[in-house]
Design a protein around this ligand. Sequence first.
Ligand code: SF4
Length: 232
Amino acid sequence: MVERLAEEYPGDVVTLCALHHDGPFQLLVATILSAQTTDERVNLVTPALFRAFPSPQALAGAAPGEVEEIIHSTGFFRSKTRSLIGMAQGLVERFDGKVPTAMDDLTSLPGVGRKTANVVLSVDMGVPGLPVDTHVGRLSRRLGLTTDNDPEQVERDVCALVAPEEWGALSLRLILHGRAVCQARTPRCGECVLADVCPSAQLPVGVPTGPAGGRRRSLGAPAGATRPRRAR
Ligand code: SF4
């Protein structure tokens, strides 16, 4: 699966990352902003944000209104502003203005959860990390890599199966595959490069997901061959 996804979505963890940034501080900012919005939307606001606040020191001393105005279009702008300024103050006060490389230190910063920390570690700091978002969780379950819904457990299960140097890129490729092919409601198994190794591939497509939906409960079950697999 790792090899096929790498063929399908070539590049390394840096080139696969869609958030425009220069260095771990900017990536931390961009990743905090990316909650509940698209990478494209984040990339529209970060140039102005980085011009106005080019360093942790500058952002730590920012007036909240100034930050809110710049990031308004990314949604949840008040809480994101609190996180950004609080994160920058944490960097300045406790880490000498530098982004720390330890997971515990990163997640001690306001607005920085495990997923965000893993993005920064794996993309920009050369530290293995597997960010688990909704796509990574869904695909990991469909592919039979985990049975768990908890992101931390998904991370543990997938990391146990994959070499550390692959974690970051695998996460980004699963996200790309989840957007393009293995979509939440209608996975396009007929076009999927993993169809012949995916335990969910033979299920009928197009069945809506939902709490009472058959597809969610059926995913991963040993269903009958209701759809021809793609020959490879
Ligand atoms: S075969 Fe279908 S369910 Fe499995 S990863 Fe591909 S699109 Fe998703």
